[in-house]
Design a protein around this ligand. Structure first.
Ligand code: AMP
Ligand code: ZN
Length: 473
């Protein structure tokens, strides 16, 4: 099935055609590990996971690379402020290395509990300083850099295509820009490739380089590591929309300037923001953010958060509220209950995953997910499948397993609950008989089967999601 994706570069939806047929090189910008990830950050990782799962579901081999930013990310994207990890270190008295290790572990705990497939390569910036120095040297040789105040800067005037991702209008930017940010810069949009002692001389994380002891800028890490593991040109690069105007714009400039090859990346995909209670972007710096462990402590499951995110298109803003999260939790619970009941109807057996094209719901699901990851429609296809009275329990269950390859909601678990397994065969048979009687509108027969089920110690409750079996107490 052809996959169509909205490419931020060019602002249009295009058919996805990889460089090497059947294979995808995917780079996703990873976390800056100075604090817990908030649920907005996690929304972005869920969107990227859905993208990867759609590619896998459609038969592509995916090589996924993600960085861990453990040095170089300043509090301001335009080189202002101080290194986020160093700042945290000063505030807490812990070493920057400890902080990075602690929050990297916390991050992957969240990542795993959201059932996000781990990348093939996870690369911390601090372990790739040599690669970054190598790339800066290449830029230097090509005449794209200058040194001022001890720092190495990328000169955007040497790269005529600067700003093409963000559609930046450089003239208006220049006239309106605040030149006072860094007087070393020849152009306000120039950015640091390497900081030396001239700035933050007491920084804990520092390395020797041809330009003096110091540390890398944030943008160079993603260029250096993505090219190391995916080659000088690759298929897809993702992140949140806040990365478009500076981080990804600068990544493109330095990568294409260094290699002379265009385009560096064929498809740029960006996830929209999660908004916090007051309608503004959820962010760590504003202090108004929620974490997954906090939601868990309030009794929510991580997969409730995943379900919540699947209800919105990745390119739409999503407003957080506990009320909406409660609805997602209730919907996921009724989905799981329904799967448990269907498994009981299927003699407690979990069928094999359906084959592509087995029924119209699977076709619709494939078309919707391949249409720029339209997950709200894909979720409606899931419910359509479950409510389709022409399908048997086994057909529904196997269809759900097929869809869950993309949804990643661990739905097989709901088919294997003790309830499903423990229902006696006789009761499961009667449930099936009752479903058939109801389908034939033979209400008298349905009632008499219900009475027989009750005599065996079970109560059948009809819910909008289908029949539910409970043990009599
Ligand atoms: P960070 O750890 O701050 O580098 O951010 C990790 C990822 O989360 C980046 O791709 C950001 O663009 C993304 N992000 C940051 N804030 C939000 C938000 N409120 N909603 C969705 N994604 C976000
Ligand atoms: Zn990045």
């Amino acid at each position: 099935m052809p996959i169509r994706l909205y490419n931020t570069m060019g602002r249009r939806t295009e058919e996805f055609v990889p460089i090497v047929p059947g294979q995808v090189g995917l780079y996703t910008c990873g976390p800056t590990v100075y604090d817990y990830a908030h649920i907005g950050n996690l929304r972005t990782y869920i969107f990227e996971d859905v993208l990867k799962r759609v590619l896998l579901h459609n038969g592509y081999k995916v090589r996924h690379v993600m960085n861990i930013t453990d040095v170089g990310h300043l509090t301001g994207d335009g080189d202002e402020g101080q290194d986020k990890l160093e700042k945290k270190s000063r505030e807490t008295g812990r070493s920057a290395w400890d902080i990075a290790a602690f929050y990297t572990e916390a991050f992957f705990k969240d990542y795993d509990s959201l059932n996000i497939i781990r990348p093939d390569v996870i690369c911390p910036a601090t372990r790739h300083i040599g690669d970054m120095i190598g790339l800066i040297r290449r830029l230097e040789k090509g005449g794209h850099t200058y040194i001022a105040g001890g720092n190495v800067y990328f000169s955007i005037d040497t790269f005529p295509d600067y700003g093409k991702l963000a559609n930046l209008n450089l003239e208006s930017l220049q006239s309106g820009a605040r030149i006072d940010i860094d007087s070393n810069k020849r152009n306000p949009k120039d950015f640091v490739l390497w900081f030396t002692n001239s700035k933050f001389g007491n920084q804990e994380m520092m390395w020797d380089s041809p330009w003096g002891r110091g540390y890398p800028g944030w943008h160079i890490e993603c260029s250096a590591m993505s090219m190391k593991y995916l080659g000088e040109q690759f298929d897809i690069h993702c992140g949140g929309i806040d990365a478009i105007p500076v981080h990804h714009t600068n990544e493109i400039a330095q990568s294409e300037a260094a290699t002379g090859k265009q385009p560096w990346v064929r498809y740029w995909l960006h996830g929209e923001f999660l908004l916090s209670g007051k309608g503004s972007k959820m962010s760590k710096s504003s202090g108004e953010f929620l974490t997954l462990p906090l939601l868990q402590s309030k009794g929510y499951d991580s997969l409730d958060w995943r379900y919540f995110c699947l209800g919105a298109h990745y390119r739409s803003q999503l407003q957080f509220s506990y009320q909406a999260l409660d609805s997602a939790r209730a919907a996921r619970k009724s989905l799981c209950d329904r799967l448990t009941a269907l498994t009981a109807l299927n003699d407690g057996q979990v069928p094999l995953k359906a084959q592509r094209g087995e029924n119209r719901w699977l076709d619709d699901f494939d078309a919707d997910t391949a249409s720029d990851l339209n997950m709200p429609k894909a979720m409606a296809d899931l419910w359509g499948l479950l409510k389709d009275e022409t399908l048997t329990p086994a057909q529904k269950l196997s269809g759900v397993l097929y869809m869950d390859e993309v949804l990643g909601l661990k739905l097989e678990g709901a088919m294997k609950t003790p309830q499903a397994e423990q229902i006696p065969q006789e009761v499961a048979d009667l449930l099936q008989q009752r479903a058939e009687a109801k389908k034939n509108r033979d209400w008298a027969a349905a009632d008499s089967v219900r009475a027989r089920i009750e005599a065996l110690g079970y109560i059948v409750k009809d819910t909008p999601q289908g029949p539910k079996l409970e043990k009599k107490v």
